[in-house]
Design a protein around this ligand. Structure first.
Ligand code: ZN
Length: 125
C-alpha cells in the first residue's frame, strides 16, 4: 500500500480530532463501538515495531489524551487497546494504528478474556 491510496495518509480533517508533529488521533470511520479511536503516526509505515522511540512515545501520549476525551464524551465502562501487526494478525490498513475501543456494559454477552478473543477458541481460560 503506497501513501497515495492509504486512508491514513489522506487528509480527512473531519476524522482527526487531535494531532501533533508525529501522530494523530482519528475517529474510526467504521467504529466497532461508539467512540472508537485510532492513534496513527504521521509517517507512513506498516509495522508498529518500526516506529522510532519518539514516535512510540508520541503514540502512547496521544492515546492517553484521546482516552480522556472519549471517557468524558461517551462515559464507557472500559476499554480495549490493540495493534494489529501483519496480515496474519488481521492488519488490513498497512499504516500503523493503535485501536482504542471503548467498551460498554452489555455490548457483548460475556466480555471475559477481552483481546484474547483474537483467537476466539482461546478467549476463555
Ligand atoms: Zn499511510
Amino acid at each position: 500500500m503506497s501513501t497515495k491510496d492509504c486512508p491514513f495518509c489522506a487528509l480527512r480533517p473531519e476524522e482527526i480530532f487531535l494531532s501533533n508533529d508525529l501522530c494523530q488521533a482519528r475517529w474510526d470511520s467504521n467504529p466497532v463501538n461508539e467512540g472508537h479511536v485510532l492513534i496513527v503516526p504521521i509517517r507512513h509505515f506498516a509495522d508498529y515495531f518500526d516506529a522510532t522511540d519518539d514516535e512510540k512515545r508520541s503514540l502512547w501520549e496521544m492515546l492517553e489524551k484521546a482516552k480522556k476525551l472519549v471517557a468524558h464524551k461517551y462515559k464507557p465502562d472500559g476499554f480495549n487497546i490493540g495493534v494489529n501487526v501483519g496480515e496474519i494478525a488481521g492488519q488490513s490498513v498497512f499504516h500503523v494504528h493503535i485501536h482504542l475501543i471503548p467498551r460498554y456494559k452489555g455490548d457483548v454477552p460475556d466480555p471475559k478474556g477481552g483481546v484474547r478473543g483474537v483467537l476466539p477458541h482461546k478467549r476463555k481460560y
